[in-house]
Design a protein around this ligand. Structure first.
Ligand SMILES: [Fe+2]
Ligand SMILES: [Fe+2]
Length: 384
């Protein structure tokens, strides 16, 4: 029973995470809530009622830790603690509508009365609440998918930058895992795309781009080792930024000419770093070098002769621009999904392949009537 309950709660939190980006009518969001409701109906028909609560940072059902305790603690239960409760009581009869209402309560950033419905109530169940005063909703979303790889990626990058032997197999393991997550459940990674953490920007951005690129690659028919290689390349695409002073990358005001030149050197700095790696796929170096080059010429690094941009670089570039536009930066606010797609639609053609962008809208970020992107009359380049 505990595994079914675990699946029901992780589906619920996936639904909450995706709600903000996709809206309640998106098939992925609907699927999460219907799956959760079905699983809960199964358990509650037998048990009548279940109480899940925190005990010393572990999410418990009676005296047993939930299989996904760590993930639930960082996500669903942090949302609950933000409302000063640490437990959920679920009773037989819980409906999908109640779960949706509960999700809306969890994802709301506004002050509101504690949620209560006929079959769901929230309570202080266990003791040992950690201090969550400095945790924000955005931090919690980070925990959803891919976030588990952040520490591993941090230390791999650190080692790589210090010129130490790093475990490339570990890196490719992370890429394989992200690619798997993206192909198993294409939409599951998108909650990460709404993250707005400045301090972790490059890492969060890296993981977002890896998952978006992986989903786009899969959507255009890439599979197996090539899919993993493109995901690895996406994980590495901004590695060169680690050699640029943080203050410059996050500068709110205008960059000086010299600063601009330095920031624009991150693709070649990154490619140089990767050339020294023994086990990384060549595609990682190519993508890192090309990810700011535009299809019709332009972008950077500036070359003296035209270069045909590798298909993998084009895939990563679409993911890269979308995530950059969707994220709050010190110099501009994050755009909504529709705004980002609209801005990108004006650049399709000179900047990147319009057909690839169409697949990205249709198969990766989803096309609903309300977010259908009208083709723009005038092409306009995107500054990221
Ligand atoms: Fe970049
Ligand atoms: Fe990037």
């Amino acid at each position: 029973m505990i595994q079914i309950l675990d699946n029901a709660l992780t589906s619920l939190q996936a639904g909450v995470c995706a709600l903000e980006l996709y809206g309640e009518d998106h098939p992925f969001v609907k699927k999460q809530f219907s799956t959760s409701a079905e699983l809960l109906a199964d358990i509650l028909a037998r048990a009548g009622e279940v109480r899940v609560g925190l005990l010393d940072d572990r999410v418990m059902l009676s005296d047993e830790a939930m299989p996904s305790s760590a993930e639930l603690e960082r996500t669903l239960f942090t949302w609950l603690r933000n409302h000063e409760v640490d437990g959920i009581v679920l009773r037989a009869g819980v409906t999908e509508k109640e779960l949706r209402d509960f999700a809306a309560f969890l994802s709301s950033r506004e002050e509101q009365p504690l949620f209560k419905s006929r079959h769901i109530s929230l309570a202080v169940i266990a003791c040992g609440q950690p201090d969550t005063s400095d945790r924000r909703f955005e931090d919690v979303e980070l925990a959803h998918v891919g976030a588990k790889h952040m520490p591993g990626l941090h230390s791999l990058w650190d080692r790589m930058l210090q010129g130490q032997e790093s475990d490339d197999a570990h890196l490719m393991g992370i890429a394989a895992d992200l690619a798997h997550a993206a192909t198993e459940s294409r939409s599951a990674m998108l909650p990460l795309a709404s993250l707005k953490r400045h301090d972790e920007y490059t890492f969060v951005h890296t993981i977002n781009v890896a998952m978006l690129a992986s989903a786009l690659a899969e959507a255009v028919g890439v599979s197996g080792q090539t899919l993993h290689d493109i995901t690895t390349a996406a994980l590495m695409h901004d590695i060169g930024k680690q050699l640029i002073p943080q203050g410059m990358l996050n500068k709110a005001g205008k960059l000086t000419k010299e600063e601009f030149r330095l920031v624009q050197s991150h693709p070649s700095l990154g490619a140089n770093l990767l050339l020294a790696r023994k086990d990384l796929p060549d595609i990682a170096t190519i993508v890192t070098y090309e990810h700011h080059m535009q299809l019709a010429g332009g972008g950077y690094p500036v070359l003296s002769r035209p270069r045909k941009i590798h298909f993998a670089s084009q895939i990563v570039q679409v993911a890269d621009i979308f995530d950059a536009l969707r994220t709050d930066r010190p110099y501009r606010a994050a755009m909504t999904r529709n705004e980002a797609l609209e801005v990108m639609s004006r650049s399709a053609g000179p900047s990147f392949d319009p057909a690839l962008f169409d697949v990205f809208i249709d198969r990766v970020v989803g096309r609903t009537e309300e977010n259908t992107v009208e083709p723009a009359d005038e092409p306009q380049l995107v500054a990221v």
